[in-house]
Design a protein around this ligand. Structure first.
Ligand code: HDE
Length: 693
């Protein structure tokens, strides 16, 4: 190789970075090392000569590589895949007299908040649309310390006692020998466990329902799940259950759609949240509370300390006391969403725990797990976790201590310093004076014994399509279970809820043997009143605000028609996304180019709430032989979406097997199409597109 002259070598050594010019108005600060040393060359390592070995003296290379080598921290053992955003909680109705918590009594105060939504079973790199419970964890930075409601989007849980949590999670995560399946409950070990643990039956109904496949984080409810206590100035306790209510109403996707979204856009939920906040469509939830006393607790059919049970809203209505608004995306995913550490023990004076044995176990787990994840008890000093009020105590040192803890006194009581912090019995947190007596024992209270009555109540409270989805989900999941004895055993548990439900699932599985109900001492209550509040469909808020409409175009499309749709959709707060065979767009009938947001293969119709096929006759004919286009329309139809189309598009609708119904609007104007789309899915179509068992 010809040796380069000195000047040529210097030019050569610049690398790509040297080609970056400073544009007018840009003021790039100098790049530095972690120590603040300004870096002259970030493209080349230090070598003994032009083609020689790299020198150990290259501290810049070593620092950069070493930092990279240690970038990862352990992911959460559960809820590893999550997404966060920032905002505030504002109290609208004071709980004065019921709780002494400032955050629940100072009406109008805006408390900064950080929220993280998550799936439970999947690893950090799994898909957003797994069938799973969604975590709904809210941290409120109140002037009296942080208050976390570490909740889920489902108001009940699989187990009653925290001692079973390890087993539950081991059963649902990847099987330990093979390391798969990822992010799904549809495998032997999960169903083996739950079929042996009847207390999980109520929760199974919920996770087999469409609650487990939400359309958006913005369109799901949140629940504190457990019964907590509110404590007033006199030390009196009132029981409370917390509910988050989405302003947009609830919505879910269809299971086949969820499967396909996982391929088309595994980041579907996080992208949706990021985009909404970025565009100024701030998601909002109301905070509702169910308040009750010991007398109500005693009169209620089930134990309020049992996290597998709920109190129907129809029995105990919600009192709306505030709102949560998410108005800022994170600045840095790792620093905030990954490092945020929630804990059920983050409570403030005026809020306390009940004896729910699941909650009591959680009270240890959250603060403990952060030591593995974040590596030090000083994780509370990380900005996303740090309280926005003074922190003063005698805890000292430890890895990554950030505070210059001053003074000679690091103990209490002390007398040497006038400003040493001391406990304050008036302002401070004091536990509720609960009266406890009885024998110490390892038992499950008899009042926790009925595992089936509320499961049946939940099923009966659903609309027919929602019930069908629950049955189909059981069939899908159990069809993935290879061990037949587990399927049989699960049918036995379902038979305890209701013989017909069990039979429908058995029919879908093709299991013809008579179903033998599992042994139980409980007589199932068939008289519990239906609770429409438990159904998603009955809580849907019609409208197109922040919804996405996919418009399929090709050469020859009438641009004016697309524009009219775009304008009308915009007025309703919806967004039109153009999908075309080429990302550069298509040449419309007026000879102009209409640019696309998605290329057909990358813009599957599962990404949109409703679709419109805006094709000329020639365009439709051409796309009728294009599998991606046929699939695009076929999927929209089978996912029960409202389909609008120009009359020219008929050939593609035919090729996709679209059969006319109230949700197929060919040649209709934009307003008619949009008002149909605003009502959501066409559930009546379902029996025509898939078998309903
Ligand atoms: Fe959790 N849970 N959990 N959990 N949980 C965690 O804490 C645990 C339970 C929930 O976005 C872990 O920081 C036990 C119910 C959410 O960072 C861990 C038990 C509910 C999140 C843990 C439960 C939840 C977690 C893992 C049974 C709904 C994500 C990482 C006794 C009310 C928070 C972490 C985030 C996370 C333990 C049951 C909600 C290991 C032992 C019930 C939303 O501490």
């Amino acid at each position: 190789m010809a040796k380069l002259g000195h000047e040529e070598a210097a030019d050569h050594s610049i690398g790509n970075g040297g080609e970056l010019h400073q544009a007018a108005g840009e003021t790039h600060p100098p790049m530095s090392s972690q120590r603040g040393l300004i870096i002259a060359d970030d493209e080349n390592s230090l070598k003994a000569n032009e083609r020689g070995p790299v020198l150990i003296e290259d501290h810049l290379l070593i620092e950069k590589t070493q930092h990279f080598d240690h970038e990862r921290i352990p992911e959460r053992v559960v809820h590893a895949r999550g997404y966060g955003a920032k905002g505030y909680f504002e109290l609208t109705d004071s709980l004065e007299g019921i709780s002494k918590a400032g955050v629940l009594t100072r009406v109008g105060e805006k408390t900064p908040a950080f929220v993280r939504f998550s799936t439970v079973a999947g690893n950090a790199g799994s898909s957003d649309l797994a069938r799973d419970v969604r975590g709904f964890a809210v941290k409120m930075y109140t002037p009296e310390g942080n208050w976390d409601i570490v909740g889920n989007n489902i108001p009940v849980f699989f187990i009653q006692d925290s001692i079973k949590f390890t087993d539950l999670i081991h059963s649902v995560k990847q099987e330990p020998d093979r390391g798969f399946p990822q992010a799904q409950s549809a495998h032997d070990t999960f169903w083996d466990f739950v079929s042996l643990v009847p207390e999980s039956t109520h929760m199974l109904m919920w996770i087999m329902s469409d609650r487990a496949i939400p359309r958006s984080f913005r369109m799901m409810e949140g629940f504190g799940v457990h019964t907590f206590r509110l404590i007033n100035n006199a030390g009196k306790s009132t029981y409370v259950k917390f509910h988050w209510r989405p302003k947009l109403g609830m919505e879910s996707v269809i299971w086949d759609e969820a499967l396909k979204i996982s391929g088309a856009d595994p980041d579907f939920h996080r992208r949706d949240l990021w985009n909404a906040i970025d565009e100024g469509n701030f998601p909002e939830w109301e905070l509702g509370v169910q308040l009750f006393d010991e007398e109500f607790a005693q009169s209620f059919d089930f134990d309020v300390l049992d996290a597998t049970k709920l109190i129907p809203e129809e029995t105990l209505p919600l009192r709306i006391i505030g709102k949560l608004v998410l108005d800022r995306n994170v600045d840095n995913y790792f620093a905030e969403t990954e490092q945020v550490a929630f804990a059920t023990t983050n409570v403030v004076p005026g809020i306390d725990f009940s004896n729910d044995p699941l909650l009591q176990g959680r009270n240890l787990s959250y603060i403990d797990t952060q030591l593995t994840r974040l590596g030090t008890p000083n994780y509370q000093q990380i900005p996303v976790n740090a309280p926005r009020c003074p922190v003063m105590n005698m805890q000292r040192d430890g890895h990554h201590q950030m505070l210059p803890q001053k003074g000679r006194v690091s103990y209490s009581p002390s007398s040497l310093e006038a400003d040493a912090p001391r406990p304050d019995a008036v302002k401070g947190f004091s536990s509720f004076k609960a009266h406890e007596e009885g024998d110490k024992m390892r038992v499950r209270a008899a009042s926790f014994a009925d595992h089936f009555s509320q499961a049946l109540q939940f099923f009966n409270s659903q609309t027919e399509p929602e019930q069908n989805h629950i049955v189909s989900a059981f069939i899908f999941e159990l069809s993935k279970v290879e061990t037949k004895a587990i399927r049989t055993r699960m049918l036995g548990q379902l038979a305890n809820v209701d013989a017909t439900i069990a039979q429908r699932v058995a029919d879908g599985l093709g299991m013809t043997e008579p179903i033998k109900p599992a042994a139980t001492t409980v007589t199932v209550r068939t008289d519990l009143k239906v609770s429409p509040a438990l159904s998603i469909v009955q809580k849907m808020v019609p409208g197109l605000k922040t919804k996405l409409i996919g418009v399929l175009i090709a050469d020859g499309t009438d641009a004016a028609e697309v524009l009219a749709l775009e304008t009308a959709a915009g007025k309703l707060g919806a967004k039109v996304k153009i999908v075309a065979p080429k990302i550069g767009g298509a040449t419309t009938s007026d000879g102009k180019t209409l640019e696309a947001d998605f290329q057909l293969a990358g813009g599957a119709s599962v990404l949109f709430d409703a679709v419109f096929v805006a094709l000329s006759e020639d365009g439709a004919k051409l796309l009728s032989t294009e599998a991606a286009a046929v699939g695009w329309v076929h999927d929209a139809f089978s996912h029960l979406k409202v389909i609008g189309a120009t009359s020219g598009a008929q050939a593609l609708l035919d090729a996709a097997g679209v059969v006319p119904d109230e949700g197929v609007l060919v040649g209709a104007d934009a307003d008619a199409y949009l008002s149909a789309a605003a009502n959501g899915r066409i559930y009546d179509r379902e029996p025509n597109v898939r078998t309903v068992y």
